[in-house]
Each structure stands twice: as structure tokens, then as C-alpha cells.
Unconditional design. Sequence first.
Length: 422
Amino acid sequence: MKVFKFGGASVKDANAVKNVGEIIKLHKDNLVVVVSAMGKTTNGLEKVVESYLNKDGKVQENLQVVREFHSSILNDLFENKNHPIFNEIHNTFVEIEWEIEDDATRKYNYIYDQIVSVGEIISTKIVSAYLNETGLKNTWLDVRNIIQTDNTHRNAKIDWKLTELLVPKVISPLLKKENQSVIITQGFIGSSSELFTTTLGREGSDFSAGILAYCLDAESVTIWKDVPGMLNADPKWFDNTIKLDNISYHEAVELAYYGASVIHPKIIKPLHNKNIPLYVKSFVSPQANGTVINENTKDDSLVPSFIFKMNQVLISISAKDYSFIMEDNLSHIFGVFSNYGISINLMQNSAISFSVCIDFDKQKTHQLIDELKKDYKILYNDNLELVTIRHYDQQTIERVTKEKEILVEQKSRQTARFVMKG
């Protein structure tokens, strides 16, 4: 049994969905397929959430944009406009209407999960219906029935004991159904014990694939991307990128942790625990080899890798009376970051200050800074970039820091990191 994961770019329009169908037909026996929301749907639904909570009068306008995007894909995929999928998608959008018909009484993260998660439900229903229409019989599965989490909305923690019980119990019989050995399900989402929808963090569909593979003792996981495999740099920021043919779990989790966008860092641990290989392949050229991630470490240091994180904020935290930043201060500071659900990308401390680099979040960053100001002196710079180089040399450092002002520099034996502006 194999697990495939298709991201938003792979189902961004009708032709893309058809291409996904062709790939699945090549591997259609005992296959679990995890599909993300289509195109930029997550961004569109985030706008709906913002409008709803800000009461800016644009909530229906923003929702209509998302609705029309999916209607266009449906019309291109299905000649029969009376196909049941049209009514099914309409009813799914009604779930969002129910959520926004009254003024908000719950917190942002809860509302976010109930609305944004619908993107995955819609996407998978469309893909499943299209495949069935073209003769590729499959079963649509609501992943919320099997991936169980706590109620930490927008960054839910997996209830592994219950999930490990439910996944094989539900999926194994479905894969044994005659002529229906393909399951289409969602990434990114789960369900709490209170039966509320939760999400696993932005770009969490990879993690979903890893969870299912772990619970099913899968043969492999394949992530289908618009790149030929894992590259040593994002082609948006770097010319002449090099494909990494084989890297280890360790190297992959290092690259993902530092911000490589091809895979989500959380996918590696469950796969490594059961030695399940992870393939990163191109949905544009599905026959090409791509990248394999496994236990093999011999090729890890052959090629330098570059990771760029933009829109960073560097926050310097110091005591108001110039006393040392000690362990009790650090414990309190980390607690504040944890309470706001903000991850630290880089940290550095001196005798009287503690500096951190984080992703800018329009909802959380200024709230975090205001909270820290109650107890500490705070200075910060925004619109920065954080560059990480794995297996660096001086030439690679000069390449990325040319004409930049370096605010923070860190080096270890294998990794160099720079917070820069300019």
C-alpha cells in the first residue's frame, strides 16, 4: 500500500485535476491519496475569516470569489451539469454560510479551522467525483473520522493512540472493496474529541500523509510537486538550482526545519520511525526519478543547500533595568511565545538581551510584542530575510550576503545562518 499527496498547485484547475487522474491511474492498486485545497483556496478562505471577524462588509464578496473559482473547475470537468457533485459542493459551501451568519462568539483560531478546512473537503469531493466519472473507481473518506487531535486549533496535536487504532480499522476494509482500491481523503485537517474540526498547521497536508502512512505501515509516501524533486534552493530566489537525488531523513528534517518549503518538517518523524521512504516527484514529469529520502546519508554533504525565509521580524528582548537575562526570564519569554503559538526561527542571547527571529503574522506579531513590553524593553526590525546555508563554504556565504546588511550571524560545522536586510 502506498500513500500519495497532491498539493494545491497540482489541483489548481481542471487540467491539473485531469493530470492527477492520469498519475493515479498508473498506481491505482492499494493507494491512499491525500489532496490539499485547490490552488490558492486556503488564502481565499483566510480572507473570508478576516472579513467575518473584522466586519468589513466583504465577507460575502470574498466567499463568492472562492465559490466561483470552484464552479469554474466543476464546469470544466463535468459535461453533465446535473451531476450530483454540483449540488454536493453547493451544500458544502452552505456549511460556511452557517458559520458566518451570526456574529462571532468564539476565538479566531477556532473560527479559522471551521472555515478554512472546508477547502480540503471541497477539493477532495471534486477529485473523487471526477475520477469516478472517468471510470477510476474510488472511495471518498472524511479524514476527520480517523485523524484525531486535541483542541489546539490551527496547530492541533495528534492523538496517536486513537488515530493508530482508527486509521487501519477504517481504511483497510475500504481498500479491500472490489474495484475500489483507491481512497481519496484530505490533508491538513483532523477532529477533536468534541467533534470540532481542527487543522495541523499551515502546509500540514504532508504531515497528514505521514500520519496515514505510519498507521498503515505503508510501502512508501510520494509527494507530488511542481518541481522535479528536492532542490538545493528555491528557484524563486536562486538560479541554477541542483536536484538532490537522495538525502537522509536527518538531512531532510534539518532542511525542512530551517524552512525548505518542499516538505513539511513534521512528516519525517513518523516515516523515519518505520523506515518508510519518502519520494518527492514532479506531477509535470511523473515518470522522472525525483528525490528519495531514506536512511542513506552518504550524499548529504555533496551539494550546499540554501533556504530563504522572507518577511522576518527580529525582536531584541532585554530587562528594563539592564540586569542579566537569566533562566527564569527565558522561561517566561518562551511561555509568552508558546501562548501566542509563535515559532522561533533563530535565537541568540547576550548578557543583557535575548534576540529572536520569527515569521511576521499580522494577527499575532504585534500582540506578542505588546505582551513582551509589559515586562521587558523591546526593539525590533521587520521586513528582514533569514538565510540558511547547509554545507557552506566562504564562496556560498559571499554569494548570499553580497550587498546585504547582516544583523545576526550564526555558524556551526554544517550550517551558517544570517538575518539580513537590504
